[in-house]
Design a protein around this ligand. Structure first.
Ligand code: GLP
Length: 249
């Protein structure tokens, strides 16, 4: 595991954009899973800046969203697909045929899950899983207690996840009770994983990962031992004594 502590918001976004750029160079047509939420907004703005100057070439890759709310179409203000179109796919000029969208408004959610798994198989699995982190340790929508061997599936959202989303969306926002998500087996099988950790509320989840002990109640710990895991985190989250801390990998 490579740990990158970032002292500034701009440094965090640059480190994340560099990690994405590195994955894009690793193969001719890499396949990347993309996160949503507040954490990667600066990264996507940084990529858009780099695209404008010709310094980034995200158009060579294929993409999929990590997750989506069940019942929401891309036009809904809370939709993750809509978010990615606004913040990344549109500004970066990604061609429609390079994107597989996992839709929460699909009529047959089981078929939607299998279609995502088929796209993953067709494009050779993920080269990069770019992940945010939930306060309760979730990655994508894999909540505490999730099956570590799962492929794409529908989940009941944890109340802590819904509360965090409600805080962001504004009181009164109707946060769906279910999500559709790439599973932990798919994320763990990615050739590289970059985990972005930002915000004081993530301290306990990050600490669980850094303890280095696999715990199903902290889904992020399913990444322990991944051969190419990079964690980019705000320096403010560094646990006391972490200067001397050497992650196992
Ligand atoms: C949601 C998403 C996750 C995301 C997490 C963190 O629950 N399903 O994929 O990583 O929120 O969001 P934020 O970056 O806003 O803290």
């Amino acid at each position: 595991m490579k740990m990158h502590w970032s002292d500034s918001a701009a440094g965090f976004d640059r480190a994340a954009a560099d990690a994405l750029a590195q994955a894009l160079q690793a193969r001719d047509e890499p396949f990347v899973a993309l996160p949503t939420g507040s954490t990667p907004l600066g990264l996507y703005a940084e990529v858009a800046r780099r695209v404008a100057t010709g310094a980034a070439l995200p158009g060579r890759a294929h993409y999929i969203n990590l997750d989506e709310y069940v019942g929401l179409g891309p036009q809904h203000a809370l939709s993750y697909v809509g978010y990615l179109q606004r913040h990344f796919l549109g500004p970066a000029g990604i061609a429609r045929e390079r994107v597989h969208l996992l839709r929460g408004d699909a009529r047959d959610l089981d078929a939607e899950c299998r279609a995502a798994d088929a796209a993953l198989a067709r494009w050779g699995g993920l080269d990069l899983a770019l992940l945010g982190l939930g306060e309760n340790g979730h990655i994508a929508f894999n909540e505490p207690g999730s099956d570590w061997n799962a492929a794409t599936h529908v989940v009941a959202l944890d109340e802590r996840t819904r509360a965090a989303q409600r805080r962001q969306a504004g009181a009164g926002a109707a946060i769906p009770a279910h999500g559709i998500t790439l599973g932990l087996a798919t994320l763990r099988a990615a050739r590289s994983v970059v985990l972005l950790v930002r915000g004081a509320a993530k301290g306990a989840a990050l600490a669980a990962l850094l303890r280095g002990r696999a715990d199903p109640q902290w889904p992020v710990t399913s990444l322990i031992g991944h051969p190419r895991l990079t964690v980019i985190a705000e320096a403010a989250l560094r646990p006391a004594g972490a200067a001397a801390f050497t992650p196992r990998r």
